[in-house]
Design a protein around this ligand. Structure first.
Ligand code: ADP
Ligand code: ADP
Ligand code: MG
Length: 677
């Protein structure tokens, strides 16, 4: 076995590989870019080497630098993770030439499976079932059109060199083919430098079911069962599970055997995944009618490998290391078993309600269920995370920040655990898909395992623009939290004896009744809520209703709220004027407007005006050279579906605008410079 390896990756997968290496007493070397100087994966390894600039091409894709780093640190092998260099046959060859072990398949297998068209020709020879289609070398547009007509519409045009859901076009009718072909080829040449395409039947309501395979250097192969990755957005996986709901032992054995044949055909070694598209002509309830076709082979460890680990009880990274070190496969096919059910959710910095636009910013709060290391928590929940609280999500890399993996005796149990784990995932500072994932998890279609790749678009009405908290509860949470903070502050000030905090309150008192109003912004609209207190009992008037209202501190920093007949535990994270409210039902944001008016004071030291939160610049009300007065509106930002006005903190002159309307800005970004007298 190796004594030291280099991990040529970042984020959660680098941390994941480091955890297994540590368990096996193998030392690890991290590599990092400028942006990752303080990243979690650097801390997770025993030593680290800086390899260049933030853009992947200047660091994580610079394989000469990475090989140099491995040699300089005495690493014997390189684990490429996924993405980056993991499917680069030149890198695999260069490792071998440098006397380093590439922890992955032979370069020849990467090459053979690297192009979708060529790999399909190979698979055809090996007797693996293929989607009816054309995957030849002749790329004459007229020929491609004839092939599409022969296959029958709808068809899918795919970039042969494509990946990550890019370079695909569905075509419904013959007249649209030529235009779609041209656009697919444009995207393919831009993204992959290769415009070869294949054309195949567009399978209706398909499922994506893939088989995890493993081979060793002695020519042994096993399959570690299947994963269902049908829940996708833009052809990219969102939720993955194992085993596939409705899978029969007979179909599993046939798909497993086909996947092993695919691996054997290219003399595969190590961990690989054979992806199948599965037609379900009989609908969801008829697994015995399912037909599977080879789609592609991913010649690396897959993002969703933890669900396989959960149901088999194995550590796939350990298997990779053992096989790469020349050991035989630890187990044979008849020693492998499925235990229970596992589901993985990919937590991404993105805004599902805005077409999954990736988000950047600082993680002000990052609360995850259980441990943030590779560990099987007792309650069947595992978190693989690549970031820590306070870290910044930069625009340079993938938007996936963590994965939640749950395991239960049954699918229903796993599903309930996933919902609970998502409810405990409190991320503040940038948009994430956490609430969206909860909506998918709790949707009827997903619960009933009515799975196909169109689940998200089909269920869109229940998945997007959902708010399960609502104004009354959000307002109650903010009011309770503000009063609690005031009381805490007041108590402290009181002790020093110079201020009675309750004397500071506005509103009025008469005959023992006091009222106090709060200005709020919720879902883009302004609201005023009124708190009325009489003999220690409160009511809250919100949205036209007046409801009995009480709050108390609960365990773990939560507040126990009672509003009308509702009693709810909430966690509140205050990020400036925005309160992030988390309940068991869902999460939302609400803005305290009073405080907003003063935001300029704290955010404008030294004539700098910075974005109070990540968002988009909507407009500037001024231009360079304008004289402005204190309190004058300077710019409008949009964040969290709301507009925020940035006001001048003092009289002065606008020196420079640093962004243009429409620009995305991260939190703390300087928007404009003000010269103050
Ligand atoms: P899977 O999610 O099934 O493992 P993907 O094709 O989604 O496979 O890719 C996994 C990861 O690899 C992605 O999240 C991304 O980080 C990376 N990746 C995939 N394709 C590319 C690519 N063309 N360029 C850079 N990174 C890629
Ligand atoms: P990538 O390299 O981007 O992962 P794949 O060939 O694996 O590309 O396809 C990605 C996804 O596109 C699949 O998971 C599936 O949802 C969809 N897809 C691929 N081929 C077909 C097809 N023939 N019919 C319908 N959907 C398909
Ligand atoms: Mg794929």
């Amino acid at each position: 076995m190796f004594t030291k390896i280099l991990i040529a990756n970042r984020g959660e997968i680098a941390c994941r590989v480091a955890a297994t290496a540590a368990r096996l007493a193998i030392k690890t070397v991290a590599v990092y870019s400028d942006a990752d100087a303080h990243a979690k994966h650097v801390a997770a390894c025993n030593e680290a080497v800086h390899i260049g600039g933030s853009a992947p091409k200047d660091s994580y894709l610079r394989w000469e630098r990475i090989i140099e780093a491995a040699k300089a640190t005495g690493a014997q092998a390189i684990h490429p993770g996924y993405g980056f260099l993991s499917e680069n046959e030149d890198f695999a060859k260069a490792c071998a030439a440098a006397g380093l072990v590439f922890i992955g398949p032979p370069a020849s297998a990467i090459l053979a499976m690297g192009l979708k068209a060529e790999s399909k020709q190979l698979m055809e020879k090996a007797g693996v079932p293929l989607v009816p289609g054309y995957h030849g070398a002749d790329q004459d547009p007229a020929l491609l059109q004839r092939e599409a007509d022969r296959i029958g519409y709808p068809v899918l045009i795919k970039a042969s060199a494509g990946g990550g859901g890019k370079g695909m076009r569905a075509v419904d009718k013959a007249e649209d083919f030529a235009a779609a072909l041209a656009s697919c080829k444009r995207e393919a040449i831009n993204s992959f430098g290769d415009d070869a395409v294949l054309v195949e039947k567009y399978v209706q309501r398909p499922r994506h079911i893939e088989i995890q395979v493993f081979g060793d250097t002695q020519g042994n192969y096993v399959y570690l069962f299947e994963r269902d990755c049908s829940v996708q957005r833009r052809h990219q996986k969102v939720l993955e599970e194992a085993p596939a709901p409705g899978m029969t032992p007979e179909l599993r054995a046939r798909m497993g055997a086909a996947a092993v044949e695919a691996a054997r055909a290219v003399n595969y070694v190590g961990a690989g995944t054979v992806e199948f598209i599965v037609e379900q002509p009989g609908g969801y309830a008829r697994p015995e009618q399912m037909k599977f076709y080879f789609m592609e082979m991913n010649t690396r460890l897959q993002v969703e490998h933890p669900v396989t680990e959960a149901i088999t009880g194995l550590d796939l990274v350990e298997w990779q290391l053992r096989v790469a070190a020349g050991e035989p496969l630890p187990l044979q096919q008849d020693q492998l078993q499925i235990h229970g059910h596992a589901i993985e959710a990919r937590i991404c910095a993105e805004n599902p309600d805005n077409n999954f636009l990736p988000a950047t910013g600082t993680l002000h709060a990052y609360g995850l269920p259980g441990h943030v290391t590779f560990e099987r928590a007792p309650q069947g929940t595992r978190v693989d995370s690549g970031v820590r609280q306070g870290d910044t999500i930069s625009p340079f890399y993938d938007s996936m920040v963590a994965k939640l993996i749950v395991h239960g005796a049954t699918r229903a149990e796993a599903l309930a655990r996933l919902d609970a784990a998502l409810a405990q995932t409190h991320i503040v500072g940038l948009a994430t898909n956490v609430q969206f994932l909860r909506h998918v998890t709790t949707s009827d279609a997903f619960a009933k395992a009515e799975l196909d790749t169109a689940l998200i678009p089909r269920e869109a009405a229940a998945l997007f623009h959902q708010d399960k908290v609502g104004l009354p509860l959000a307002a109650a949470a903010l009011v309770a939290h503000s009063l609690q903070a005031e009381q805490a502050q007041g108590a402290a000030v009181d002790a020093s004896g110079w201020r009675d905090p309750w004397a500071q309150r506005d509103g009025w008192r008469s005959h023992g009744v006091s009222t106090r109003s709060f200005a709020l912004e919720y879902a883009g609209a302004a609201h005023t809520v009124v708190l009325t207190t009489q003999r220690g009992a409160h009511t809250l008037t919100v949205g036209g209703d007046t409801l009995p209202f009480a709050w108390a501190e609960a365990a773990g920093g939560a507040l126990d709220l009672q509003l009308g007949c509702q009693r709810v535990q909430v966690h509140i994270h205050r990020n400036g004027d925005v309160a992030h409210v988390f309940t068991a039902q869902g999460a939302t944001q609400i803005v305290a407007v009073d405080a907003l008016a003063h935001a300029g004071d704290t955010q404008a030291e030294g004539g700098r005006l910075t974005a109070p939160m990540p968002g988009k610049v909507v407009s500037f009300a001024v231009k360079a050279g304008d004289a402005v007065r204190k309190g004058q509106a300077l710019a409008v930002m949009e964040a969290m579906k709301m507009e925020h006005t940035i006001a001048a903190p003092a009289d002065g002159t606008v020196a420079e605008l640093l962004f243009a309307p429409g620009d995305q800005v991260s939190e703390g970004a300087e928007l404009l410079r003000l010269a103050t007298a």
